[in-house]
Design a protein around this ligand. Structure first.
Ligand code: NCD
Length: 311
């Protein structure tokens, strides 16, 4: 059955309706159950996914690729587009999009420039999925984050979610804030002044009636949060290396931090982590970041199959 997501690009979270979000969550849960039961899925047999990555990635690229393989499809991939693709010769993303539509049924792109996924999508008549465009958006991460919160906490509505770390440059928190706001959460923003959430995002949330508390102290924030969503200080987005050095260890979650937490707090992180969550915290039962990364597979299976009409 073709749903409203058939043929669609996934460029940001704003253009996915609440009903479509529910469909993605339900489809992902169905695939997860099928994989748990050892089922062999062939929904995307004969279809091809292209992954075009112009920025480093471990999880996003590989989880999209394994999602496609688990659906019986095939994958073509450029893992280091900045050096090995025709971008190096000056080809535009629009022209690359024209090529992709004849090579692949769906393309995932990651690129350092905000808006680049939209440029590729303008050239391609086949669906394009944004796997992260600079400090812009990372919609598929937001969806797998939502899926993770539902699994870990059993609900989303009414939760207090602390977004912590580099809220200025982190695309996962930009997409995540916009998506979770629609689910009736309250936010705490915890960041150094220089890395605060962009004003426009905060103002839009407040205008939409969302409760947003800015609490710069991590321990204080943790005591009030149901979910702590830590992020990496985004070194590659800094113009001044000295500024990065000054801010890189702004927050570190340790076992002491966890002791101050609200009971049953879930700790998430899109990964990769650097020093912001100590390895000792991995044993805490609410440390969900590796489970979160694993959830990327069924959620991306859902997205790939829904946009190609193969669900
Ligand atoms: C994130 C990204 O690329 O934005 N990684 C990911 O996709 N899981 C987070 C980060 O790089 O800090």
């Amino acid at each position: 059955m073709a749903t409203s997501l058939f043929g669609r690009d996934i460029l940001d979270v704003q253009s996915i309706s609440d009903e479509e979000v529910r469909l993605i969550m339900d489809t992902a849960a169905r695939y997860e159950r099928a994989m748990d039961n050892g089922g062999r899925l062939l929904n995307m047999s004969g279809r091809t996914l292209a992954t075009l990555f112009y920025e480093p990635s471990t999880r996003t690229r590989l989880s999209f690729e394994v999602a496609m393989l688990r659906l019986g499809g095939t994958v073509i991939s450029v893992a280091d587009g900045q050096v090995s693709s025709s971008a190096k010769k000056g080809e535009t993303l629009y022209d690359t999009g024209k090529m992709m539509e004849s090579y692949a049924d769906v393309t995932v792109i990651r690129h350092p420039v905000t808006g680049s996924a939209a440029e590729l999508a303008a050239g391609s008549s086949k669906p394009v999925i944004n796997g992260g465009d600079g400090a812009g958006q990372h919609p598929t991460q937001a969806l797998l984050d939502l899926y993770t919160i539902i699994k870990e906490q059993g609900k989303v509505e009414g939760l207090t979610i602390c977004l912590a770390g580099d809220l200025k440059n982190g695309r996962t928190v930009h997409s995540g804030a916009a998506l979770l706001a629609r689910m009736g959460v309250n936010f705490i923003f915890t960041a150094p002044d220089a890395l605060a959430m962009p004003d426009k995002i905060t103002k839009d949330l407040i205008a939409a009636g969302i409760k947003v508390d800015v609490i710069p102290d991590l321990d204080e924030a943790v005591a009030k949060s149901d979910v702590l969503y830590m992020t990496r200080i985004q070194q590659e987005r800094f113009d001044d290396p000295a500024e990065y050095e000054r801010l890189k260890t702004s927050f570190e979650v340790t076992n002491d931090t966890v002791k101050k937490a609200k009971k049953n707090m879930t700790i998430m992180h899109p990964l990769p982590r650097v020093t912001e969550i100590k390895v000792e915290v991995d044993d805490y039962k609410g440390a969900a970041y590796f489970r979160q990364a694993a959830n990327g597979v069924p959620v991306r299976m859902a997205l790939l199959s829904l946009v190609t009409g193969c669900e």
